[in-house]
Design a protein around this ligand. Structure first.
Ligand SMILES: [Zn+2]
Ligand SMILES: [Zn+2]
Length: 242
């Protein structure tokens, strides 16, 4: 299974990550990627994370550096159960890829019903393209309802490779998500969630989960540069029309 684009990476601009953007490019080259998305955390996460201006100024970064295409994205925080996120529309509408996810500094884990309602509301938000690490066991959700909603809205659900190390208990949840995505023909993204350069393009366990569920390359939005570009263009058009 080809994965040519990493949809989830963090640089030192997210202050709990440890590599510069140029070092991330070295990691992408090491894993023979064609490109990756820079997805720093939204500004509501504590710890001196990027000011909204950071996202407004991403256009200064060249499209291609040392042969690697650099897509500009964000990992927003789901803030409430009505689809609210932590960056204004003007800063996210022109980004290449917009993820949103639960982080407990911004959304206190609630009952399964409330978490599910919040995640579905984020999927319904026309500016969100993908949910990051939906398999996080800290935030139990009804996976069948999540997958059906993502398929209905044409959004992607992430299988996050770092979750198997830093979000213990994610493996079985991710297997369930991948199996349901196969059943309901929901799109999947595979992200490293690298916080250190050598992890950019590391999809080792996530790839095995995706293959194990019988997901084909057409369902994976970042299997090829071409498939990611098509998903990105469709979502950018939908975001601009919202
Ligand atoms: Zn995250
Ligand atoms: Zn992340």
């Amino acid at each position: 299974m080809k994965i040519q684009v990493d949809t989830h990476t963090h640089s030192t601009a997210s202050l709990h990550a440890y590599s510069t953007m140029d070092e991330l490019i070295t990691g992408a080259k090491k894993h023979k990627l064609k490109g990756f998305v820079l997805t720093e955390h939204g500004p509501a996460l504590q710890g001196g994370l990027p000011h909204p201006y950071y996202f407004g100024n991403l256009s200064v970064i060249p499209h291609k550096i040392r042969g690697i295409i650099l897509f500009k994205g964000v990992e927003l925080n789901i803030m409430n159960d009505s689809g609210g996120v932590d960056l204004s529309v003007k800063h996210i509408k022109d980004l290449d890829f917009v993820m949103a996810g639960f982080h407990d500094a911004c959304f206190t884990p609630e009952s399964k019903e409330t978490n599910t309602r919040a995640m579905i509301a984020a999927l319904a938000n026309p500016y969100v393209d993908c949910i990051s690490h939906p398999g996080n066991p800290t935030f139990p959700v009804d996976y069948e309802e999540i997958v059906k909603a993502a398929a209905r809205f044409g959004k992607a659900l992430e299988i996050n490779n770092s979750s198997f190390k830093v979000r213990k208990g994610s493996f079985e949840n991710c297997e369930t998500i991948a199996r349901l995505c196969k059943q309901y023909n929901c799109r999947i993204s595979c992200g490293s969630d690298a916080h250190y350069w050598s992890d950019v393009g590391n999809f080792e366990t996530a790839r095995a989960v995706i293959i194990g569920a019988g997901i084909n390359e057409n369902q994976l939005i970042n299997s090829t540069l071409d498939s990611f570009t098509k998903f990105r263009e469709k979502r950018m058009n939908e975001r601009r029309a919202a």
